[in-house]
Design a protein around this ligand. Sequence first.
Ligand SMILES: Cc1cc2nc3c(=O)[nH]c(=O)nc-3n(C[C@H](O)[C@H](O)[C@H](O)COP(=O)(O)OP(=O)(O)OC[C@H]3O[C@@H](n4cnc5c(N)ncnc54)[C@H](O)[C@@H]3O)c2cc1C
Length: 301
Amino acid sequence: MKHVAEALEQANVGKVWVEEPLAKHTTWRIGGPADLMIQPTDKEALIRAVQIIHQHEIPWTVIGRGSNLLVRDGGIRGAVFKVAQGLSHCEFQGETVCVGAGYSMVRLAVEAGKQGLTGLEFAGGIPGSVGGAVYMNAGAHGSDLSRILTSAEILFNDGETKIVSKEEMQFSYRTSLLQKRKGIVIEATLQLQTGDRREIAKSLAKFKDRRLSTQPFNSPCAGSVFRNPPGDHAGRLIEASGLKGFTIGGAQISEMHANFIVNRGGATATDVLTLIEYARATVQKNFNVDLHTEVLVIGEG
Ligand SMILES: Cc1cc2nc3c(=O)[nH]c(=O)nc-3n(C[C@H](O)[C@H](O)[C@H](O)COP(=O)(O)OP(=O)(O)OC[C@H]3O[C@@H](n4cnc5c(N)ncnc54)[C@H](O)[C@@H]3O)c2cc1C
């Protein structure tokens, strides 16, 4: 991979790492090494980097801020594009905002509030990137990205860059087109509404307080581990199964919120996966409900 890394560096695509531990790039602080990792500075750098990776016929994966990812202990073969820090422009024009995929959702919610624009308050506690939020249709407090997105610019695996409309994005609960068709979000265009600055700030503060009192924000974690089953909450089912605090290796079902697994120090992906399977089997046995993970598991065991 060293010769590919050199070619990428010569093409001035941004930061390039070889054998980079993903544990440094996920909020769980877990994950084996990526053969090659690239953090493109901007759209042009990303396109150049993708071309080089395609020329060398190397498989690729994209990550944002790693806040919804469990990377297995064997790491990721091929190249990982880290679309965070770079591609982080943000332009407000009236009630519309065009924002780079690497921009932080938390920062975006705060910036929109400062502009007196409402619609992004739900995102004030979602520690991911805009690109990750588009991929996941991230949401909270009864709203999600699909409510405000009008279009996204996406670089597809065939090398084509396209503006994809909200309808074409096929959003539903924590899903989007990108889970069926491989691509990299470059930019999103969002439609907000003029609101009252003080009311927006109040909502952001209220949601923040609620999170701080119900979620283990200070421990390495990846948000909700399981999707909520129809008409119920995964956290309620796990808690009712008596699993709060249950620990395997360094991974623990949070004492604070049963749908969170925290890394208590030195947890491996294998610890987390074993705990996930245990919680799933216990809930299945107790309630006959099949839980599915919201966190995405990638890489090799
Ligand atoms: C404490 C905490 C609280 C959370 N609360 C919530 C919540 O309330 N609601 C919620 O929905 N989520 C929540 N999450 C989960 C997570 O923040 C979201 O899913 C977020 O949208 C993931 O963004 P990311 O940049 O971290 O993506 P990553 O975790 O890096 O990646 C997630 C997926 O998105 C894809 N992806 C990332 N960037 C791009 C891109 N540019 N182009 C194409 N695909 C891309 C990746 O390939 C991967 O499949 C929480 C997480 C934590 C740690």
